[in-house]
Design a protein around this ligand. Structure first.
Ligand code: FAD
Length: 408
């Protein structure tokens, strides 16, 4: 049986579902194909991460009608403190220096997924095909076709690969990647604490890697919470992952310090391998890659999905404009423009996060002294501080219309 759509989105993670919701909301006929059932993606054991949603990504979600259901669960970040181990020098980003908006907001991934699934269920224009695995791609002709493992064929003007870091669509389209695996692993958990976080996010650069505590909304019974992204060496991560109860809490306390009082793990605990990977092309005939299918970066700055949101905003703007003009959505000129406009931003952030990790994840004395002086210097120069804040907020650089908060 053959089904025909404007766009097929392969991968119903946060990126693919957001794109499907935006396109579907604008009236495009979209097939959203995901290997797992929505209930499996929302289950507490599937994804324990939170996402630091920048101001720019929030605008994209607002434009797509997706922010309202999340707003009540989003904890605003008013300040970011960057520390280098025990050094007294630190960098302080204060949102009030750049306006009334927070620097970003922390939201649990499972809640983002839930809100996205609810939105997709409202949209007649989006057909969710899940659980279903795409096992073949044929995109050289006048239409693109994907074949599912159960033999169904879905055809459309364009296939979007939103199928994550090991993207099948990227490989089937013959697109190679460059990159490497970090000798680090991220330990992710939720931590309770005695005193409120005051909407402060802390990134403490330790020799094994950055240890971040990200402010979350209190639980219904008033427990203060922060999300932890603790980067450890591959050698030591398994040892820490085995610790339970007081022993693990003591390690959290050692890294957090005492500014939030006593801390303890609420959990659940997850671990993620870390890598940098970049697709050599983002497009192929009738194929476009977005988010982790195109670029995977170190979580040091909490920007991976935010870059993906910028891919989504631009691709959606181009596709919706073209559909309104009644033109082919697989047009090579459109795809070339998408790749050209997203590549520089994505490469710049990939390189920046890689350099930051290399610079800070070591205890080599001259490097340590230089980076501490650097942090202190940036902290003393308000225009530099504001420049970094605007970049981190996703509110600077070339932005698509959704990223500027305009309707499309
Ligand atoms: C520890 C950690 C912390 C992070 N924190 C942040 C943060 O604070 N802010 C931020 O912006 N980013 C952050 N990131 C990055 C962010 O999590 C990723 O960029 C994001 O999850 C990628 O989403 P995605 O939808 O592109 O990919 P995925 O979430 O991998 O989704 C891909 C989907 O495709 C499906 N799929 C795969 N193959 C097929 C197939 N053949 N057929 C059908 N379906 C298929 C999969 O089942 C999956 O659901 C963090 C990453 C890590 C590791």
């Amino acid at each position: 049986m053959m089904e025909r759509y404007d766009v097929t989105v392969v991968g119903g993670g946060i990126a693919g579902t957001t794109l499907a919701a935006i396109l579907g909301g604008a009236g495009l006929k979209v097939a959203l194909i995901e290997r797992l059932a929505p209930s499996a993606l929302e289950a507490p054991g599937y994804d324990g991460r939170t996402t630091a949603i920048t101001f720019g990504s929030r605008r994209v979600l607002e434009g797509a009608g997706l922010w309202a259901p999340l707003a009540g669960h989003a904890c605003p970040i008013a300040d970011i403190r960057v520390a280098d181990s025990a050094s007294p020098l630190f960098l302080h980003f204060d949102s009030r220096e750049v306006g009334d908006d927070p620097l970003g907001s922390i939201v649990e991934n499972k809640l983002i997924r839930r809100a996205l699934h609810a939105r997709i269920a409202e949209l007649d224009s989006v057909t969710q095909i899940a659980p279903a695995t795409v096992s073949a791609l044929e995109s050289a002709g006048a239409v693109a076709q994907v074949t599912l493992a159960d033999g169904r064929v879905v055809s459309s003007d364009l296939v979007v690969g939103a199928d994550g870091r090991d993207s099948f669509i990227r490989q089937a389209a013959g697109i190679e990647t460059v990159g490497w695996t970090y000798k680090q692993q991220a330990i992710v958990t939720i931590m309770g604490h005695e005193r409120p976080h005051g909407n402060v996010a802390v990134e403490n650069f330790l020799p094994a890697g950055p240890f971040a505590s990200l402010p979350m909304i209190d639980t219904a019974d008033g427990v203060h919470r922060s999300s932890i992204v603790w980067t450890e060496t591959l050698e030591n991560a398994p040892l820490y992952l085995k610790l339970t109860g007081d022993a693990f809490d003591a390690e959290l306390q050692r890294r957090t310090g005492d500014w939030m009082g006593r801390v303890w793990e609420i959990g659940p605990r997850f671990s993620y391998p870390l890598q940098l990977r970049h697709a050599k092309r983002y497009v192929a005939p009738r194929v476009a890659l977005i988010a982790d299918a195109a670029h995977v970066i170190h979580p040091i700055a909490g920007q991976g999905l935010n870059l993906g949101m910028r891919d989504i905003a631009l691709l959606a703007e181009l596709l919706i404009g073209r559909r309104r003009a009644g033109l082919d959505l697989g047009d090579p000129m459109l795809l070339a423009r998408y790749e050209r406009e997203r590549r520089v931003d994505n490469i710049a952030f990939s390189a920046t996060t890689d350099i930051l990790d290399r610079l800070f994840s070591n205890d080599i004395a001259p490097i340590r002294l230089a980076r501490r002086a650097g942090l202190g210097a940036v902290n003393r120069v308000p225009p530099l501080r504001r420049f970094f804040m605007r970049r981190a907020m996703g509110a600077a650089g070339a932005l698509s219309r959704l990223g500027r908060g305009e309707a499309i």
